[in-house]
Design a binder for this molecule. Sequence first.
Ligand code: F6P
Length: 329
Amino acid sequence: MSKQKRIAMITSGGDAPGMNSAIRAITLKALSCNYQIIGYHGGYNGLIDENYTELGAHQVNDIIHRGGTIIKSARCPAMHTESGILQAANSLRKCHVDALIVIGGDGSFKGAEALSAHWSGQIIGIPGTIDNDINGTDATIGFYTAIDTALGCIDKIRDTAQAFERTFVVEVMGRDCGIIAMEAGLASGAEQIICKELIDDEQQFIAQLKQDVALSLAQDAAHSYVLVMAEHSLSISAQELAEQLSDFTGVDSRSAILGYVQRGGAPVAGDRILATQLGVEAVKQIELGNTGIMVGIENAQVTTTALSDTSDTQARNVNFVARLKEYRL
Ligand code: F6P
């Protein structure tokens, strides 16, 4: 039997569908190893405030299909300060925690790295964010659901665009990463996809975009035209872009911002399975005595990546851009 350990977990940063599936998997796997398991409430804030719950099978048995996170999530400005980090480390010591699992994104992993300088316990990361902007995994928990949600909305917008012969600029989430826009754009057959990864010179990009839209509408004025745009990809808003397109093409253009709807809802199968695999693998890494790593799945294989390397997303973004360029028709 494994040595008795006390494992803590947090869900941190933007919540993502499938976080509950990961909480379930971690809890059930930890209990099967005879470990104790606790969940701090509201990410690093719960750690700092020593606000936690002991978790048992009955708390997690019926959550695999639920959006949100039963232990809550939050961003934690205090983790950007030395005193906040020290408080978090003290709280882990006071609570006799041997290992901490952080389910979150880039910012949450940076917090974990900062914590490791003041706390000697094991730290394992699980990538959980709709943004899919983490190196060391093909997908983050929540991404598959987010693109499906975005896709469902874009399909509906396509219907009204078609009926009214309108052009639509649809803004999707993704903070600094255009992967939701690329994948939802590809899946919806969007005529244009706008994200930072595809833009060298914004003025030139917008000028070309207007020409392309105008040409396409001139060839077939009766068709709908959908542009999927990642948030923060341009210095102008989706609404401003739609207005500029209306002026340039003479065709009625509207905008729609999908926003937080992309973070909610029941996780799709892909996210539940990913979360279950990564939850189990995180506990296995704790059994092995490892620390300072994130578990991921790449090419159907379980991988581990140093937490310090998880923010270097340049190489993986190249793959997404290449796929988009090859297969967008
Ligand atoms: O990181 C997930 C995410 O939903 C991003 O796509 C988005 O830019 C950001 O969080 C929004 O953050 P907040 O919930 O703090 O407004």
